[in-house]
Design a protein around this ligand. Structure first.
Ligand SMILES: [Zn+2]
Length: 217
């Protein structure tokens, strides 16, 4: 995307009614064509600018004007940067996307929305996520191992205390955390038999439940 031949235009669309603070800032290489696309989108699009236009007097109640013209540029990000500074300065109400904003800075601004998006993605494409984690860990194995070694050295006492803590297993036995979580306990025949038996008992309890008590709580 580079052409210094066509000047870039930064424009604003504003409501003629000064009491209503409705505005939008955009950039284009063809001002006339861009304004006519706005006119076409006015009736069909559900974007905020067009919704506001429809609810506040329609096209006749809005006017567009040029904020500045950038005659020479080598990369689109240059005039998008000018557009961004106008947006920061005039604070238009209908701009949703900030130009030249990187994905990472958006993630920093909206950590909660990013977390929800990640959770949904994980549920939708579990196989893809699994493959991605596998590729990442293969690529970063050496670094990860080094980091883990340093972490272990620094937190040795805490880690040992956690690993040696006694916890109960679903089979009914009580043993060290490390033994139940990472050891061979889960592959042990006694554990499997007792775990299945306990699950069957819980299910049976759930079936004959005259007082309607949730046994899993
Ligand atoms: Zn067990």
């Amino acid at each position: 995307m580079s052409s210094s031949q066509t000047p870039a235009v930064i424009y604003i669309i504003k409501c003629k009614d000064a009491t209503k603070n409705i505005s939008y800032i955009g950039s284009t290489l063809n001002y006339k064509a861009r304004i006519s696309t706005h006119r076409n989108d006015f009736l069909n699009s559900n974007r905020k600018l067009y919704r506001e236009m429809r609810e506040n007097g329609g096209l006749d109640n809005f006017q567009s004007s040029i904020l500045c013209v950038i005659p020479r540029w080598t990369n689109a990000s240059e005039y998008r940067e000018v557009e961004k500074s106008f947006i920061n300065q005039l604070k238009p109400t209908c701009n949703k996307n900030v130009p030249n904003r990187s994905c990472k800075s958006w993630q920093k601004l909206h950590p909660e929305r990013q977390r929800i998006y990640n959770e949904r993605y994980k549920m939708k494409y579990p196989e893809k996520v699994k493959q991605c984690i596998k590729r990442w860990s293969e690529k970063n194995r050496v670094i990860s191992n080094e980091k883990a070694k340093v972490f272990y050295k620094q937190n040795r006492t805490l880690i040992c205390a956690k690993m040696n803590k006694k916890i109960g297993c679903i089979c009914g036995c009580v043993s060290n955390y490390s033994h139940i979580r990472y050891g061979t306990h889960r592959h042990n025949r006694k554990h499997n038999t007792l775990a299945v038996l306990n699950l069957q008992n819980a299910k049976a309890k759930l079936k004959s439940n005259p007082l309607n008590i949730n046994v899993l709580e």
